[in-house]
Design a protein around this ligand. Structure first.
Ligand code: PAF
Length: 303
């Protein structure tokens, strides 16, 4: 994957709306969605797909906007996928805000929202086990065992149901993006995965549904995460990789609101750890930090 240089604050300055001017539909059943999409395809329309777990924010809307720019008919799924939560408490606490989500999507290029139940998506337990090797063993994989298998289960189901030409994923979940691309390759799915830039709050904090769980003071202090990543990216070459990693962790942990879970500098292909700046690979610095009980992730390209 080629990293872009614009992962920073990207204004969503060009809003576009539904191409077909029809009211947005909300569908709960797979057969209804498949019939609608088949009709669109028969009409020569290209299909863009944005998978979400709801609790939508500007980051999600930027994906929907991009899908609208690149496709004729945009499908957004809203589904809190139980198989990707390794912590049952996290699943329970995950915000479910369907009504507010639908209102936001009304003013977007989204043509249809697919909001299935757990029984619809998993009429039987999904026993598939994917093997992504190192991609799923490092960083998030190390701290959230089984998470990416769950992501692969649900995303592969969605891609089979929606059969989109393009599917849109945010670069904030950088490791997820790499794994989804690997899965699409493994399963030879006929879909193009489009990576979209991280959208940030004015403070620089990467947009996430989890930000809503931060107190005002925590939210203010969480902005230190991106500030530290930016400084690290700007000063990287003045230090060895190891020195930089130590400095970042020390800086983050010096903030009483923050506790670093990992900080890694990896190549963007197989997510192997970068040891030397001279390695001819694209380098991405990835971090997971607890702010109180809220776990936040972010990343930045090291040019
Ligand atoms: O990134 C997310 O919100 C989820 O992991 C996804 C891709 C919607 C799958 O549940």
């Amino acid at each position: 994957m080629k990293p872009t240089n614009h992962w920073d604050i990207v204004p969503i300055n060009l809003f576009i709306l539904r191409a077909n001017f029809l009211p947005m539909l909300v569908i709960h059943e797979i057969r209804d969605l498949k019939a609608l999409i088949a009709a669109q395809k028969a009409d020569g329309k290209s299909i863009g797909f944005v998978p979400t777990m709801g609790a939508l924010h500007r980051g999600h809307l930027s994906l929907v906007q991009e899908a609208g720019r690149q496709s004729d008919f945009v499908v957004v799924s809203i589904f809190v996928n139980p198989t990707q939560f390794n912590d049952p408490k996290d699943l329970e606490k995950y915000p479910r805000t369907l009504q507010a989500d639908l209102e936001l999507l009304e003013h977007s290029p989204c043509c249809v929202v697919f909001a299935p139940t757990v029984e619809t998506m998993y009429p039987e337990p999904d026993t598939r086990r994917f093997n992504f090797g190192q991609l799923e063993q490092v960083m998030e994989g190390q701290f959230r065992p089984g998470h990416f298998n769950g992501v692969a289960q649900v995303v592969s189901k969605f891609l089979e149901i929606v059969a989109p030409d393009k599917a849109f994923f945010g670069q904030k979940d950088f490791q997820q993006l790499v794994i989804v691309k690997a899965m699409v390759k493994q399963l030879t799915l006929p879909v193009e995965i489009i990576a979209c830039p991280i959208i940030r709050e004015a403070s620089g904090l990467a947009m996430s549904s989890r930000n809503e769980r931060l107190s005002p003071e925590q939210r203010e202090n969480a902005a230190v995460i991106y500030k530290t990543l930016r400084e690290a990216s700007n000063n990287a070459k003045n230090f060895s990789v190891e020195e930089l990693k130590t400095q970042v962790v020390e800086k983050l942990n010096a903030n009483p609101y923050l506790q670093t879970e990992y900080f890694e500098i990896v190549n963007d292909t197989d997510l192997g750890s970068v040891e030397q700046w001279t390695e001819p690979v694209n380098k991405v610095a990835c971090v997971a930090v607890f702010c109180g009980e809220v776990r936040l992730i972010d990343n930045i390209v090291i040019a």
